[in-house]
Design a protein around this ligand. Structure first.
Ligand code: NI
Length: 176
């Protein structure tokens, strides 16, 4: 695994086919702790720093924060669909275009920090209630095929760490 690729500061997503109950618990904890980690990662940044791309040609820190809210709202809905419908088809969205919308580019990050705090609190509460059978339920992704809840859990725990590390790596490189 390259640690030099600024796109993947925590490595690419590398899911396991099966995970233990202890691993589930640890991943749920990552979902629960993600808002606090993100708040710490962006703490004290100036407006100019927030509008700095995390890498050449990449999203700004502001866009990264708003993307996390957008992505995890979609994710939360996918988990809810997975346990309330049989084999539901989930809706992809164009994350690149979402990140070009005006609020993604310019809104105060506190708006999305607030969304993420509230969303993750409900998300973790839901996840903690899931049975082993719930974690085996599946959704159909039109582009990626079938995904079980264990896979989604691994994906979004990674996804939070992935984007948070974009911010912390930028701060490390810039000495902020
Ligand atoms: Ni993302």
């Amino acid at each position: 695994m390259s640690t030099l690729d600024p796109r993947y500061p925590v490595g690419k997503f590398a899911p396991k086919d099966t995970i233990s109950q202890d691993e589930r618990t640890a991943l749920i904890r990552q979902i629960e702790e993600a808002p606090e980690r993100l708040a710490q990662a962006v703490a004290g940044l100036t407006e100019i720093q927030l509008d700095t791309p995390y890498r050449d040609g990449g999203w700004t820190v502001r866009q990264v924060v708003h993307h996390l809210a957008d992505s995890h709202m979609n994710a939360y809905i996918r988990f809810r669909l997975a346990v309330t419908e049989d084999n539901p088809t989930v809706k992809p969205y164009n994350e690149k275009r979402w990140s070009e919308l005006i609020d993604s580019r310019t809104a105060p990050i506190d708006l999305s920090i607030s969304i993420i705090e509230a969303l993750h609190a409900r998300w973790a509460m839901m996840l903690e209630s899931f049975t082993s059978a719930d974690f085996e339920r599946r959704v159909q992704h039109p582009e990626n095929g079938p995904m079980d809840v264990d896979r989604l859990l691994q994906l979004y725990a990674w996804h939070g760490r992935h984007h948070c590390a974009h911010v912390t790596e930028l701060r490390r490189v810039k000495g902020w």
